[in-house]
Design a protein around this ligand. Structure first.
Ligand code: PSU
Ligand code: MN
Length: 305
């Protein structure tokens, strides 16, 4: 039954069968998160980094109605070239895209769903969605948070961007019972910067420690994900004031233009990039590399448990 919907790449299937480490990777970051051709180059390099650290990469998307765990180079090139013309597929979009045979790039939420269906429990990306600023009136809260509440996949990210209300995002995760771990830090990183002013739940210092936490959670039947917040490497971190100003001005423009719903996050990301020139793109790429490496290390440790 599941086979009619899910297509696992042979290399990924082999790794699943043999209990080898696998890292899931999302595709909205390719289509909506970065410009072409850097998006395609980054997606390929991320796969290489996962391999170099001992795991098999499984980039996830919906291609012609099939949920795919593991994409071909052509699939990645297609998603990258099409960019925001590709459907951004979150949980609610999956039934439509699948039944119509359409193609969609998967967000954190839908990548988690497909990863779990395939039997993959570690996922590396850049940033997660969260509670948006002014969510008390817009109710704009990413489906990523609900997914983290119910789907057994650990998500390695660089914390939460300040396009979001970081404090409310942490409150939401607490309510939903999602542990937020800081890798080598007590403070939640804010994507482009290593600091946010908000604490994590627990600091962790090794991939082995993280794998033990994941195993304990899931062996106990405590469903849901774990957020592993990995700070951007110091040398690629952005100046706090520069990035704060860029985000403020992106938020003002989004409000003036009435940008809402699923267009909000891609709009804000693109604006921040436009305002800060190439610097934020380079930071974004480097933090994804950093997360891919940690994701692979965690997958390697988890496979030994
Ligand atoms: N944050 C980023 N880069 C991204 C995204 C978020 O720094 O590319 C993408 C991810 O795919 C995430 C999605 O799951 O945006 C969240 O969108 P929304 O807020 O509409 O749920
Ligand atoms: Mn939203």
């Amino acid at each position: 039954m599941l086979e009619t919907f899910l297509e696992i790449h042979p290399e990924v299937q082999d790794a699943i069968t043999n209990g080898q480490p696998i890292v899931a990777l999302e595709s909205t970051i390719i289509s909506h998160g970065m410009p072409y051709p850097q998006n395609v180059e980054t997606a390929r390099q991320v796969e290489e980094i996962v391999r170099a650290n001992g795991a098999i990469p499984a980039t996830i998307a919906i291609i012609n109605g099939k949920l795919k765990a593991g994409l071909s180079n052509e699939d990645i090139e297609y998603l990258g070239r099409k960019g925001t013309a590709v459907l951004k597929a979150s949980r609610r979009d999956i039934p439509m895209i699948v039944s119509k045979g359409w193609t969609g790039a998967t967000t954190v939420a839908s990548t988690m769903i497909i990863a779990e269906l395939a039997g993959i429990h570690v996922f590396a990306t850049g940033g997660i969605g969260g509670v948006h600023r002014e969510a008390e009136t817009t109710m704009d809260i990413s489906a990523d948070l609900e997914e983290l509440a119910m789907t057994n996949v650990a998500v390695v990210c660089a914390g939460a961007k300040s396009i979001l209300d970081i404090g409310l995002t942490l409150e939401y995760l607490e309510t939903k019972g999602v542990p937020v771990l800081g890798f080598g830090t007590e403070e939640l990183p804010a994507f482009y910067t290593r600091k946010s002013g908000f604490g994590v739940d627990y600091r962790v210092d090794s991939a082995d420690e993280i794998a033990n936490i994941l195993k304990a959670k899931w062996d106990l039947g405590l469903r849901g994900g774990v957020v592993i917040a990995n700070p951007i490497p110091e040398k690629y971190a952005m100046d706090f004031i520069t990035i704060t100003r860029a985000i403020e001005s992106a938020l003002t423009e989004a409000k003036a233009k009435g940008i809402k719903g699923k267009d909000s996050t891609p709009f804000l990301l693109a604006k921040v990039k436009e305002i800060t020139g190439g610097n934020s793109l380079e930071s974004n790429i480097q933090l994804v590399f950093n997360n891919a490496k940690l994701g692979a290390q965690i997958a390697v440790e988890l496979a030994k448990k």
